[in-house]
Design a binder for this molecule. Structure first.
Ligand code: 9MR
Length: 355
């Protein structure tokens, strides 16, 4: 009986302890031949329930190679919201359970994004106070629900357009003005005081006007005490993206004291939109070199305490958004269509070891 009780304790206590943990921090073990095992900072992947637990190879790589997870789609407003005050939590709950079971940190993506405005919000009518109300409610409800389950949030995603660093004219900006972004951060902090709060965007490494606009926002937020902890540099790049811009954005953001998350890394090799392109050794070598440059820049430009994570946007080439969404033949990730590590995987590990 005594034995049975201690066995029960041995089995149940760790599970209870894991569930009681407010802010799961990632496991720092694993084989040195894996991305997370080799790196002195968290290494993540964007995961989707379309594949997780359904595709064995995908799930095995996700468990073995990464110690941080971002929800590719299911925690976006359209993934969660079913109507005012109505939410669909089940898919996200299962991702939370996966992260707890496998001791991975979970990064929430994203509270507010112009591409993910729920249908009922699009047809909402009301004055600006009413619009402020629905924005605040969404952030409060979602960030409260995931309190203690996520370590961090992309609070606002892609607020700047691709034209001269101007703000994107999303429904939120139309109804609430430019400063809605700052208020989103305040609402997120109110709902989850422990979560690290990020602004997340793409092309900051290659669009100087967009970078300048983002830096102005960061400086303005610092002056006004808006609770911004870090920046997500999506890093959807190609083998031709200049290294100088990659370094510059990391240096500028780290110099402002922010946490830096390389939040959606992938490196396209199909720079000519060739529909017959295949993954030649030469192209894969160029891709590996670009990944090496990103990781080196992260290690050299960002002080250790500010290195939040490097996250790849997906697991393997066969499930990357580039093929599924951009409908473009490409091979942008660190694992191939058969879930085997590519040259870029070796380059990542070499770069964290200073090679
Ligand atoms: O990879 C995501 C894809 O599956 C979705 O269809 C798409 C629209 O929701 O979003 C993709 O992820 C985007 C991310 O949320 C924000 N940065 C750009 C990413 C690629 O489009």
């Amino acid at each position: 009986m005594k034995q049975l009780r201690s066995l029960t304790f041995a089995l149940v206590l760790p599970v209870l302890a894991a569930f009681g943990q407010p802010n799961p921090s990632p496991k720092k073990s694993g084989s040195a031949a894996t991305l997370a095992g080799a790196a002195p900072f968290p290494v993540g992947a964007a995961l989707s329930p379309r594949y997780l637990h359904k595709n064995r190879a995908y799930t095995d790589v996700a468990i073995r190679e990464f110690n941080s997870v971002t929800a590719e789609n299911i925690m976006k407003p359209r993934g969660l919201s079913r109507g005012r005050g109505q939410y669909h939590w089940a898919a996200a709950d299962s991702l939370v359970a996966f992260c707890r079971q496998h001791n991975k940190q979970l990064h929430g993506h994203a509270l507010v994004w112009h591409e993910s405005v729920p249908g009922w919000v699009k047809s909402f009518s009301g004055d600006s106070a009413a619009w402020e109300g629905i924005l605040r409610e969404h952030i409060r409800d979602v960030a409260t629900y995931f309190r203690g389950k996520v370590r961090s949030w992309d609070v606002v995603n892609e607020a700047f357009s691709d034209t001269a660093g101007r703000m994107r004219n999303s429904p939120w900006r139309q109804h609430l003005g430019d400063d809605y972004v700052a208020r989103c951060f305040r609402y997120a902090r109110e709902a989850d005081p422990a979560a690290k709060l990020f602004y997340n965007d793409y092309s900051l490494e290659s669009d100087p006007a967009k970078l300048a606009a983002a830096l102005r926002m960061v400086d303005d937020f610092k002056r006004r005490g808006i609770p911004l902890d870090g920046v997500g540099l999506q890093m959807h790049i190609s083998i031709n993206t200049p290294e100088a811009g990659i370094r510059k954005v990391m240096r500028e953001m780290a110099g402002r004291g922010l946490l830096v998350h390389i939040s959606e890394l992938d490196v396209r090799i199909n720079t000519t939109k060739d529909s017959l392109l295949t993954e030649t050794p030469a192209l894969l070598a160029q891709q590996a070199e670009k990944v090496r440059q990103v990781v080196r820049a992260f290690v050299e430009e960002v002080p250790p305490a500010q290195r939040f994570a490097i996250t790849t946007w997906g697991v393997a080439d066969s499930n990357s958004w580039v093929m599924n969404w951009r409908k473009q033949e490409d091979y942008p990730l660190l694992f191939d269509g058969n879930y085997r590590p590519k040259p870029a995987h070796a380059a990542f590990i070499e770069a964290v070891r200073g090679k």
